[in-house]
Design a protein around this ligand. Structure first.
Ligand code: FAD
Ligand code: SF4
Length: 392
């Protein structure tokens, strides 16, 4: 997708700024998990004061541009007063566009001198990056340990057409103070407790790196969404592709397969269409891209046959509120070149230690970028309080 479609053009930006009602009670800010203040930055931008608008966005959100591109419409936009007149101000896009067009290197937030205390952060996803941003602005020296070869965590699984990877790097460049933050890529931490010898505290923001299994015979013939979305070009997506799951991650698998040449993509969703955990925009995209969705269906077995995979799919129905299998309804659907499972993920066990604080998806379960950022920030402030109390 071109930058023009991802960001607003000048006319569109002005129109969105003009649509804002400058509500003094700031419902948009109150609905934002990081308390980003759209009323304030939109007002500043409206007056042509983009420097302050950029700073206002960066005050609470170190990943403002990335967040603006992918934040779902259930926070600020759902609360926006303008929707009572016609439709909500497109706040996330306004935010991303202001940063894309007007952020300059000198807008990087100020970090004070090193305060003498070192903290480790495990994971360079949104929660880990946000924690490092807050702590470095308080003078702590941070080492980020990241298992993979790149920053961004689960954001790297989002299709490029929704989130160009350069956006994550642009946000990271405003966080990365070379005096206070050291990023160690390709550095998985096997025993976080061991790091306590070297660091005053540890923030663990390791996400949910384990794929939830379907628990069906032939599961080994189904690829985990993480393996697929991290390297989609590695897998054959000619012909027909099946995606098992009905959430936004499953939708991204379907889009990716379609974009990479699959002739037909079929999603198998356990519950009803109305129960799918996708945004309205994602649902419309699924329809526009002609992804087939088979609702009330559960694959029970996956078998390799002549170089393709057959799925044996059972039908489900609701009996009152209870979802139940329809006996004798299983049919074989043959001929998939690839079957991707996207039914969830989970974190490893959490350690109990007052010098270790968990943040992001590994603490709260699969969430959104803005919630992970809020959690990383909150972990950083709690860590600061604990270290200050211990030093007092
Ligand atoms: C396909 C997909 C699409 C999504 N789409 C959206 C969307 O449109 N909008 C939205 O708001 N959210 C979306 N999300 C959710 C969002 O990406 C996550 O909620 C967010 O990335 C969680 O941040 P986190 O920092 O807690 O964890 P993660 O982003 O998972 O980052 C954890 C990091 O820790 C590293 N790590 C793990 N174990 C170790 C270890 N032992 N040592 C060192 N490093 C380790 C991992 O390599 C990873 O880089 C999507 C997620 C996926 C998977
Ligand atoms: S709620 Fe909507 S209209 Fe009101 S200040 Fe926020 S963005 Fe503007």
């Amino acid at each position: 997708m071109s930058a023009q479609k991802i960001y607003l053009n000048t006319v569109q930006l002005k129109a969105e700024l003009d649509r804002c009602l400058n509500c003094k009670n700031q419902p948009c800010m109150n609905a934002c998990p990081v308390n980003c203040n759209p009323q304030e930055f939109i007002n500043q931008a409206k007056q042509g004061n983009y420097t302050d608008a950029v700073r206002t966005i960066g005050r609470n959100n170190p990943l403002g541009q990335t967040c603006g591109l992918i934040c779902p419409d259930k926070f600020c936009m759902a609360a926006c007063t303008r929707s009572k007149i016609d439709f909500a101000v497109n706040i996330p896009k306004v935010q991303a566009t202001i940063l894309e067009k007007y952020r300059r290197p000198e807008d990087k937030p100020f970090c004070p001198a090193y305060n003498g205390t070192d903290i480790a952060v495990i994971g360079a996803g949104p929660a880990g990056m946000a924690a490092a941003a807050v702590l470095s602005r308080l003078g702590y020296k941070i080492t980020i340990y990241e298992a993979s070869s790149r920053i961004g965590g689960a954001l790297n699984m989002i299709p490029e057409e929704r989130l160009p990877r350069e956006t994550i790097v642009k946000d990271w460049e405003t966080i990365a103070d070379e005096r206070l933050i050291e990023l160690r890529l390709n550095n998985p931490v096997a025993d976080p407790g061991y790091l306590l010898r070297e660091y005053a505290g540890i923030i663990i923001a390791a996400g949910e790196p384990n794929c939830t299994n379907l628990g069906i015979p032939g599961e080994e013939n189904c690829l985990c969404y993480m393996d697929y979305l991290q390297n989609p070009e590695k897998y054959k997506t000619a012909g027909r592709v099946a995606v098992i799951g009905g959430g936004c991650v499953a939708a991204d698998c379907a889009f990716t397969a379609k974009n990479n040449g699959a002739e037909q993509v079929e999603m198998f969703v356990r519950r009803r269409l109305a129960d799918m955990r996708v945004t309205r925009r994602e649902y419309l995209d699924l329809l526009n891209k002609e992804i087939d969705i088979t609702a009330l269906s559960s694959p029970e077995r996956a078998e390799k046959k002549n170089g393709t995979v057959s799925l044996f799919v059972r039908r489900n129905r609701f009996n009152g509120d209870k979802l139940e299998a329809i006996p004798g309804s299983t049919v074989e659907i043959p001929g998939f070149s690839l079957v991707v499972k996207a039914v969830g993920s989970y974190a490893g066990p959490l350690l109990e230690n007052s010098r270790i604080i968990y943040a992001g998806d590994c603490k709260h379960g699969g969430s959104t970028i803005v919630e992970a950022i809020a959690s990383g920030r909150s972990a950083a402030f709690i860590m600061n309080e604990r270290l200050m109390a211990a030093a007092a």
